[in-house]
Design a protein around this ligand. Structure first.
Ligand code: IMP
Ligand code: MG
Length: 173
């Protein structure tokens, strides 16, 4: 059975990083009203901390997509839940838990670009660079991590362990 093992990123390190990222985001948008878009489910924990560390009013919305990681590297995704906000002419910040192959983020970005936002940037807590299949520009990255499966702080293994306040590796027990 796979269970959380070694802590890769502690709660304290995450808190510090979230503050740093929020500072950068705040400087860039300078109080413009930004819509933060969380990609469900993984991003909701990070998004909730990030938005509360930002010093100006932000709007929040969510999307859920399902990606098919088959032979197709262009990445087909289905929208399971769409935004309720109209993003045309708006500053949009996509918030993700982790960039792995890049397929999900790349697809979400393409879908949202078609809706003509004023700007579209991406913030991801974790980056597993080695696994990248599709090149996607991530504007704000929390931590680069090795090519290992991680859980916690929103990330799951079979829908479990999202509630861990830190990011942990999995071990077989
Ligand atoms: P991508 O499309 O391959 O970039 O996958 C991104 C999604 O895969 C993330 O939003 C996560 O939901 C999931 N994912 C990728 N790596 C991990 C991991 O190490 N732990 C948990 N979920 C992961
Ligand atoms: Mg996810």
């Amino acid at each position: 059975m796979m269970v959380p093992g070694k802590v890769l990123i502690s709660e304290k390190e995450i808190k510090k990083k979230v503050r740093e990222l929020a500072k950068k985001v705040s400087l860039y948008y300078k109080g413009e009203d930004v819509i933060m878009i969380g990609v469900l489910k993984g991003a909701f924990v990070f998004l909730s901390d990030l938005m509360r560390a930002v010093k100006f009013p932000v709007k929040v919305d969510f999307m859920a997509v399902k990606s098919y990681k088959g032979t197709e590297t262009t990445g087909e995704v289905n929208i399971l839940l769409d935004l309720r906000e109209d993003i045309e002419g708006k500053d949009v910040l996509i918030v993700e838990d982790i960039v792995d192959t890049g397929i999900t983020l790349n697809a979400v970005k393409r879908i949202l670009e078609k809706r003509k936002p004023k700007s579209l940037r991406i913030c991801a807590l974790l980056d597993k660079k080695e696994r990248r299949v599709v090149d996607v520009k991530v504007d704000y990255i929390g931590f680069a991590i090795p090519n290992k499966f991680v859980v916690g702080y929103g990330l799951d293994f079979e829908e479990k362990y999202r509630n861990l306040p830190y990011v942990s590796l999995l071990k077989d027990e």
